[in-house]
Design a protein around this ligand. Structure first.
Ligand code: 13P
Length: 281
């Protein structure tokens, strides 16, 4: 199958009342693990690569790996740039035929965020590529709930932003954060519901790792369109490699090390998919 864009996958999921997983992947093993989990669970998936990992791997390499994943897959797959830093990086990924790009200028002032997001939307939509942008501040998970709450997305500004930019989905700040939580996350479900009802655009929640299952289920039930998860996969990957190396040493066959890592990511991905599709019809 060819790659699908975010819009196509999010619409498909909305009709069937499930949340699309957007799983951060950055090399052959993590892409294979995510794609295989989606295949086994028979559910569409967004494979996305964090902006710094695109720099590391090369947009062309990661796209080529995802191409093979899509060709071999029996489900709809998208691939995207996660937290694109600027217009140039988004353009690079659009030119490399990613099917979705995120442009994250949430830390800039509102006008600049609108202006640059519109530039990305224009070139992306001309090629059938979906665009995600962000409003509010999604901080790192070592922040306190009070610090996280300072970055909450304002529903009225979100509604305006969506209208002014024409984006396909909006990442919001509602209490989750990126990485391993130092304090238990406190999710503002009331705000999330208000954003879902007023923004007129599919809502994306970031920082899905290490978020309690009950919280994920509640967000899924409320109708979030896309949940980004990264750290949990990379941790599973590292732990599995570490375990094999610790037990068997550096002379171990590389295939044994890498396949242990790949299987660990696949298992984690399948568990996340079960949560995201818990209310699927
Ligand atoms: P986590 O690494 O906390 O799961 O966050 C991933 C993310 O939001 C990527 O955009």
């Amino acid at each position: 199958m060819a790659l699908y864009n975010y819009k196509q996958i999010l619409e498909y999921a909305k009709e069937r009342k499930f949340t699309v997983g957007a799983f951060n992947s950055m090399n052959m093993e993590t892409v294979q693990a995510a794609a295989s989990a989606a295949d086994k669970k028979k559910v569409p998936l967004i494979i996305q690569t964090y902006h710094a990992h695109v720099d590391y791997a090369g947009a062309d390499y990661i796209r080529a790996i995802c191409n093979v994943a899509a060709k071999n897959s029996g489900v709809m797959l998208a691939m995207g740039l996660d937290h694109g830093r600027n217009f140039e990086q988004a353009k690079l990924c659009i030119d490399e035929k990613f099917s979705g790009v995120m442009i994250d200028l949430a830390s800039e002032d509102y006008e600049l965020n609108v202006r640059e997001t519109c530039r990305v939307v224009e070139i992306a939509h001309a090629k059938g590529v979906s665009v995600e942008a962000e409003l509010g501040t999604i901080v790192t998970a070592d922040s306190t709930p009070e610090q996280i709450a300072k970055g909450y997305t304002d529903p009225e500004i979100a509604r305006r932003f969506v209208k002014e930019t024409g984006i396909d989905c909006l990442a919001v700040s509602i209490g989750t954060a990126h990485g391993m939580y130092k304090y238990d996350p406190v999710i503002n479900f009331g705000l999330l519901q208000e954003l879902i009802e007023t923004a007129d655009c599919p809502i994306v929640v970031h920082g899905g790792s290490n978020t309690p299952d009950e919280d994920i289920l509640k967000m899924v039930k409320l109708g979030i369109a896309k949940l980004n998860i990264g750290t949990d996969f990379f941790r599973a990957y590292n732990q599995a490699m570490y375990q094999v190396l610790k037990e068997k040493g550096a002379e171990t066959d590389i295939v044994e090390i890498m396949s242990a890592a790949r299987s660990a990511v696949e298992r984690t991905a399948m568990k996340k998919i079960d949560l995201l599709t818990a209310y699927r019809i």
